[in-house]
Design a protein around this ligand. Structure first.
Ligand code: ATP
Length: 278
C-alpha cells in the first residue's frame, strides 16, 4: 500500500509541483506549512486529506483556490494558476453563513459576480436548495436552522457556483454522529449527480475511507503517501463498515496517523507508545 505519488496523463484537475509555503510566526521564527509537495489530482476525483494537526491540510486547500500563493513551486487548476472566485467552492466547519440574510439570500449573494440576472440567481439558488432538501426553509434565517441544516445550506451555496473544485475543510466536524453520517450520504449522492474534484480535509479516518477515491496522508508539511480507496460505490452504512477491505484500509490509515502523531514533538502524545493511545 506504500505507493509513490501517481502521475496521470490527464491535464485537467489539480497539479502541485514542488510547492512550498513558509509562514512567519510573531516571534520571527519560520513555520514550514508545506515542503516540496508534489501531487496530481484528477478532475472529478474525491480526495480526502488526513494528517495530524498543523501538518498543512488547510494551507493546501487555500493554495488550491489561489487564496495563498506558494513561495516555491507552482499550482495549476485545469492548466492555469487558480484564481480566487467561482472556480472553487469552499465549505467550512463553522458554516460561515451571513446571519442577517435569509437562506436564499445567502446563496444568491455567492452568485453575484457571475453575470446572472436576479431571476437566474434565484432559480439557481432554489435548484440547489431543492437538491439538499431545504427549499422549504429558503425564507428562514440561519439561526432558525439546526447545525445539519446550516451545513446543507453552506453546501448548497458552494455547489451553486458550479465550481471546478470543491474545497471542504472539516465540514462535518461540529455535527453530531447521526447528522454527520447523513451528511456524508447526502454529499456522496450530490457528488455522484454533479461530479467535481473534491478536496475534503478530515481528522476522521472512517470519514476519509467512506467518502474518498484517494486519501492523501500528510505529515509536517509533506505528502507522505497517497492511498487509493478501491471500495465499490455507493458506500454507506453497516455493509460498508463490515467489508474486510474497509477494515483493512481503515486499520492501515489509522496506524499511519497514530505513528505520525506519536513522533511529532509538537503533539501532546509525543513519545507515548502506540499501545498507550487507543
Ligand atoms: N496565516 C498563518 N500565519 C502563520 N502561520 C500559519 C498561518 N496559516 C498556517 N500557519 C501554520 O502553518 C502550519 C500548517 O497549518 P494548517 O492550518 O495548514 O494545518 P492543518 O493541517 O490544517 O491543521 P489543523 O488540522 O489543526 O487544522 C501550522 O504550523 C500553522 O500554525
Amino acid at each position: 500500500m506504500n505507493r509513490p505519488v501517481t502521475t496521470q496523463s490527464s491535464s485537467t484537475g489539480l497539479v502541485m509541483e514542488n510547492v512550498s509555503k513558509t509562514f512567519l510566526r510573531p516571534d520571527g521564527a519560520e513555520t514550514f506549512a508545506l515542503r516540496d509537495v508534489n501531487l496530481q489530482l484528477a478532475d472529478q476525483q474525491f480526495v480526502a486529506l488526513v494528517g495530524p494537526s498543523g501538518c498543512g491540510k488547510t494551507t493546501m486547500l487555500r493554495m488550491a483556490n489561489g487564496l495563498l500563493q506558494p513561495d516555491g513551486g507552482r499550482v495549476l487548476l485545469n492548466n492555469a494558476p487558480p484564481v480566487p472566485g467561482p472556480d472553487a467552492g469552499f465549505v467550512f466547519q463553522s458554516f460561515r453563513l451571513i446571519p442577517w440574510e435569509t437562506v436564499l439570500s445567502n446563496i444568491t449573494f455567492a452568485l453575484m459576480d457571475m453575470g446572472l440576472t436576479k431571476a437566474e440567481r434565484n432559480d439557481r439558488a432554489m435548484h440547489y436548495l431543492e437538491l439538499v432538501g431545504l427549499a422549504r426553509v429558503a425564507g428562514n434565517y440561519p439561526a432558525q436552522l439546526s447545525g445539519g441544516m446550516r451545513q446543507r445550506v453552506a453546501l448548497a451555496r458552494a455547489l451553486a457556483v458550479e465550481p471546478k473544485i470543491l474545497l471542504m475543510d472539516e465540514p462535518f466536524a461540529s455535527l453530531d454522529a447521526q447528522t454527520r453520517e447523513l451528511m456524508q450520504i447526502e454529499l456522496l449522492s450530490l457528488w455522484e449527480r454533479r461530479r467535481a474534484l473534491v478536496m475534503f480535509v478530515t481528522h476522521s479516518v472512517d470519514e476519509a475511507v467512506t467518502l474518498a477515491d484517494r486519501v492523501v496522508v500528510m505529515g509536517a508539511g509533506r505528502v507522505l503517501e497517497t492511498v487509493d480507496i478501491d471500495l465499490p460505490r455507493p458506500r454507506a452504512g453497516e455493509a460498508l463498515r463490515a467489508d474486510p477491505r474497509y477494515i483493512e484500509l481503515r486499520t492501515y490509515l489509522w496506524a499511519r496517523i497514530r505513528e505520525l502523531v506519536l513522533s511529532d514533538p509538537a503533539s501532546e502524545f509525543h513519545g507515548r507508545a502506540a499501545g498507550q493511545v487507543a
